[in-house]
Design a protein around this ligand. Structure first.
Ligand SMILES: NC(=O)c1ccc[n+]([C@@H]2O[C@H](COP(=O)([O-])OP(=O)(O)OC[C@H]3O[C@@H](n4cnc5c(N)ncnc54)[C@H](OP(=O)(O)O)[C@@H]3O)[C@@H](O)[C@H]2O)c1
Length: 322
């Protein structure tokens, strides 16, 4: 008697369909960028998290102008209300639902409401995020920094995706865009809590993509470099660094929606990936020198705090230190 095979027959056709669509949209977006965005999003329900400011707010407005039905979410209701009104004044379709994405029950409520009101989500942009700039040595008694970045940037984002994936599978179509950072490639010092959460998001995205590719669901990861938004405003040193504008960042997102690439990363990110594999110690040396040169914080309060901590460390004898 023949042993039944443990292997199942794979579905190849969805991959061929996807390849065809990818070639078509790449060509179309090269020839007519704005028209291709309109064709891609017209009448589509797009859920944008973190839509009350920065990249999310700008992108929501661009998508609504291109004909999408935009559902905007964040915690600050008055900002959302103003943005929705402005979109409607310009003839676009938008609505707002308040949600604290670090609260998982709130994420479930948000998804239920969007499905009740719109029947589906075609495109999910997991954009809400928080960043914390603090060295590991100053985080030893701040475990909550690691918990709150994970709660919002990872758990909240995947909770929303998990809510929506079943209906995307049912329809055989869906696009989930997860916003990450160039820091994942560079390992930029002082962002361990933030990068940990974004790496978790990236790991989840890669596995989920490999499982759902034949179900018509596409995932895109965007590794943004610095973008001039309220998020980086508290770090005054960034005023002197080159950064994308919100409009440019929104354009990256629009391109991602049209072409559904797997990942969008600046060339510098690819250089860092190569360097980390080929010359890891040299890369580490350069990053560490950069870390030592840059102050912990540029705000007066934290500089004082640093000085206090430094004095405290100096008062500990070498024996105590070991
Ligand atoms: N700016 C950069 O240089 C940069 C670089 C790489 C990646 N990114 C990523 O880009 C994304 C957007 O950031 P941004 O630069 O546009 O920052 P931003 O202007 O500070 O926007 C962050 C958005 O997230 C929302 N948010 C924060 N906590 C939330 C919570 N608990 N629940 C729901 N919404 C919450 C904020 O709205 P409320 O406060 O109203 O809730 C706001 O709409 C983030 O994922 C960030 O990690 C940014």
């Amino acid at each position: 008697m023949a042993t039944p095979s443990l292997l199942r027959r794979p579905h190849i056709r969805p991959h061929l369909k996807r390849l065809g669509a990818s070639l078509r949209w790449t060509l179309l977006s090269t020839l007519t960028p704005s028209l291709s965005l309109e064709q891609r999003v017209k009448g589509k329900v797009v859920l944008v998290t973190g839509a009350s400011s920065g990249i999310g707010a700008f992108t929501a407005q661009r998508l609504a102008a291109a004909g999408a039905i935009v559902v905007m979410t964040a915690r600050t209701e008055d900002k959302l209300t103003k943005l929705v009104q402005s979109i409607r004044d310009h003839g676009g379709k938008a609505s707002a639902i308040r949600c604290d994405i670090s609260d998982l029950d709130d994420c479930d409520r948000l998804c239920r409401r969007v499905i009740d009101e719109h029947g589906r989500v075609d495109i999910l942009i997991n954009n809400a995020g928080r960043s914390i700039r603090r060295s590991v040595v100053f985080s030893v008694d701040r475990f909550h920094d690691f918990q709150r970045t994970m709660q919002l940037n990872y758990f909240g984002a995947i909770r929303i995706a998990l809510n929506l994936i079943p209906s995307m599978i049912e329809r055989g179509d869906g696009h989930i865009i997860n916003i990450s950072t160039l820091g994942v490639q560079t390992g930029v010092p002082r962002f361990s809590a933030y990068l940990g959460s974004k790496c978790a998001l990236e790991g989840w995205t890669s596995a989920a993509q490999n499982e759902l590719a034949h179900k018509g669901i596409d995932f895109t990861l965007i590794n943004y470099p610095l973008v001039r938004t309220p998020m980086i405003a508290p770090t005054k040193a960034y005023d002197r660094f080159p950064a994308l504008t919100e409009a440019q960042a929104a354009q990256w997102l629009c391109n991602a929606i049209v072409r559904r690439q797997k990942r969008i990363v600046p060339t510098s990110g690819l250089v860092f990936v190569g360097m980390n594999y080929l010359v890891p110690r040299t890369t580490e040396f350069l990053m560490n020198i950069g870390y030592q040169v840059a102050p912990e914080s540029f705000s007066k309060v934290t500089v004082l705090d640093e000085e206090r901590q430094a004095r405290k460390r100096a008062s500990i004898t070498p024996l105590q230190r070991h």
